[in-house]
Design a protein around this ligand. Structure first.
Ligand code: MN
Length: 286
C-alpha cells in the first residue's frame, strides 16, 4: 500500500484512481499535532488495517496533482542516516571528504534535524552561501514498532515501509568544516516521498533502488543490493544504541554519482515502486 501525507498533514492511500483519504480513521488532533498522524496510523496499523483496506476501494479519490505533498514520515522522533554505505561512493569521496576509508559499518549513524524534512512537492531551497551543495539520492525506511536491541534476523519485521529521500549536503571546504549534522539540516534538505510503500509489498528490500537526474543528466543509479551495511544491519546497529519508535526514519546512504546542484536545476529521482519526485532548486527566500 502507498500511504502519504498531504496538505495540513491529512493522511491518504495513493491508488490508481487517486488519493483516498484516511484522516478521519485517526484520532482528532489539534493543528500542532497533525504531523503526528502518520505515526498514529503506523502505531495502530494492525487495528486499523481493515478499515484502511475498505477505504481504498471506495470513492471519492482526490487527484494527486491538486494536493501539496508532505513527507510521509513527517515527525520522526529519531531521524537517522548512514554515512558512507556504498563502496563506490566511498571511493569518489576520498579526496576532499576523506573519512579514513571507514563506512557506516564502523561509524554508525548520524542524525539529521527533523526540520529539514519536506515533501515531494518541493522545492529544494539553497541558502545564499558561496558553497557547493550536493544531491545524495537515497532509500529510507520507516520503523513500524518499538525497536530496541533487535537482532539482524528479526530486524526486517520492524520495518513499516520504504520511501525515497534526498540527503542534501553543503560540502566542507579547506577552512570551513562544520558539523555534518548542520551541513545536512538546512530547511528542505531532506525531501521525502512521494509516498511510503508498506513493507508487505517489499519482500526483498535489496530489490529497491532508484535513478537520479539533474536536469537531463543521469547522475546516480543505485540499488540497496550494494549497501555495505544492509537494512537489517543498520537496524541491529542503531537499535543497540537508541530506542526506535513507530514513524522513525532512517536514510540508508547514497551510491556513487553525487554531484553539485544549483539554483535553476531540476532534480528528479525515480524509485519505481517507491514513486518519483521532481524538485526544482530555488534560492531560499529567507
Ligand atoms: Mn547521505
Amino acid at each position: 500500500m502507498r500511504l502519504l501525507a498531504f496538505d495540513d498533514y491529512r493522511i491518504g492511500a495513493w491508488e490508481e484512481d487517486g488519493i483516498h483519504e484516511l484522516t478521519d480513521l485517526l484520532s482528532p488532533v489539534p493543528t500542532h499535532a497533525a504531523p503526528l498522524r502518520m505515526n498514529e496510523l503506523i502505531s495502530r496499523w494492525d487495528e486499523l488495517r481493515s478499515a484502511v483496506e475498505a477505504r481504498r476501494a471506495r470513492g471519492p479519490a482526490l487527484p494527486p496533482e491538486t494536493v501539496r505533498l508532505r513527507p510521509p514520515a513527517a515527525l520522526p522522533r529519531n531521524f537517522l542516516a548512514a554515512p558512507l554505505n556504498y563502496a563506490e561512493h566511498g571511493a569518489e569521496m576520498m579526496g576532499p571528504m576523506a573519512s579514513g576509508g571507514t563506512s557506516a559499518k564502523e561509524m554508525g549513524f548520524f542524525v539529521k534535524a527533523g526540520g529539514s524534512l519536506t515533501g515531494a512537492s518541493g522545492p529544494i531551497e539553497l541558502p545564499d552561501r558561496d558553497r557547493r551543495f550536493d544531491h545524495e539520492g537515497e532509500v529510507a525506511f520507516v520503523i513500524g514498532r518499538a525497536t530496541r536491541g533487535v537482532s539482524r534476523a528479526a530486524a526486517l519485521g520492524h520495518v513499516f515501509g520504504y520511501a525515497l529521500i534526498l540527503d542534501l549536503t553543503m560540502r566542507m571546504t579547506e577552512t570551513e568544516r562544520e558539523e555534518r549534522t548542520m551541513r545536512k539540516s538546512f530547511h528542505s534538505f531532506s525531501p521525502c516521498g512521494p509516498w511510503l510503500l508498506t513493507a508487505d509489498e517489499v519482500p526483498d528490500p535489496t530489490a529497491l533502488g532508484f535513478r537520479l537526474w539533474v536536469n537531463d543528466e543521469l547522475r546516480q543509479d543505485g540499488s540497496l543490493r550494494d549497501l555495505i551495511l544492509d537494512v537489517p544491519g543498520l537496524i541491529e546497529q542503531a537499535s543497540a544504541v537508541v530506542a526506535l519508535e513507530p514513524g522513525d526514519l532512517y536514510a540508508t546512504g547514497t551510491p556513487a554519482g553525487v554531484g553539485p546542484i544549483e539554483v535553476g536545476d531540476v532534480v528528479r529521482i525515480d524509485g519505481g515502486v517507491l514513486g518519483a519526485m521532481q524538485l526544482t532548486v530555488e534560492r531560499r527566500p529567507w
